[in-house]
Design a protein around this ligand. Structure first.
Ligand code: SF4
Length: 214
């Protein structure tokens, strides 16, 4: 079956962004799957730079799921305080680590179904971790991905899961993770929420939204 016009455009978007952001990878620092899960939880409403500052010492103190599970809530809150929303984040980290111990024998899950059993972990976080650590392709529908895929006419939906399933068939599966990172990087660098820099964008001629914004 021939790819339709949207799929052809999506692949051209991927081509151009992969040249602009070659070898794109998450800016979060980690050395094992649990570290990336914790860093991803901490990155909500926080810059990657700040998360990396915090995790530099956090990962020396907490080396495995048991270390987080056994820590008191207040101690973990203090250790991650500067990433913001520290109460909820500490609760999420401890909840995940409790489940990793009780359900998975202390080992991080390595597939989507099991990742989604961790409390508070949705498809966005699960796909990010699985893609970066295990090379399992996944669309990471974060705020930038959602905004850009809407502006670029790849979806009409607003729900992240529906957007993920709209974009999946447009891009070869092996490109799902890198394409997600590219859109996120482009959202941070050029296609800002309030004032997209359309005149500097390599996607200008492919973007239905640009006509309305320049
Ligand atoms: S042309 Fe403008 S709206 Fe479209 S992707 Fe580029 S910056 Fe975003």
């Amino acid at each position: 079956m021939m790819p339709d016009k949207i799929a052809i455009r999506a692949r051209e978007i991927d081509n151009r962004l992969s040249q602009l952001y070659p070898k794109a990878k998450t800016a979060l620092l980690f050395s094992n799957p649990l570290e990336l899960l914790v860093a991803t939880i901490l990155s909500a409403q926080c810059t990657d730079e700040r998360v990396n500052q915090v995790t530099r010492s956090l990962f020396k103190k907490y080396k495995n799921a048991a270390d987080y599970a056994e820590a008191s809530q207040s101690e973990l809150e203090a250790d991650i305080y500067s990433t913001g929303f520290f109460r909820n984040k500490a609760k999420s980290i401890k909840g995940c680590c409790d489940t990793i111990i009780s359900t998975f024998g202390g080992k991080m899950p390595d597939n989507l179904d099991d990742m989604l059993k961790l409390p508070g972990v949705g498809r966005k976080t699960a796909n990010l971790v699985l893609g970066a650590v295990y090379g399992i392709p996944g669309i990471v529908a974060d705020t930038h991905f959602i905004r850009l895929s809407q502006r670029l006419g790849l979806t009409k939906n607003t729900d992240p899961v529906k957007i993920e399933f709209d974009v999946q068939p447009l891009i070869p599966q092996k490109r799902w993770s890198p394409f997600s990172l590219e859109l996120t990087l482009h959202g941070r660098a050029i296609c800002h929420a309030r004032k997209p820099k359309c005149s500097k964008c390599v996607l200008l001629d492919l973007c239905p939204f640009s006509a309305k914004s320049i």
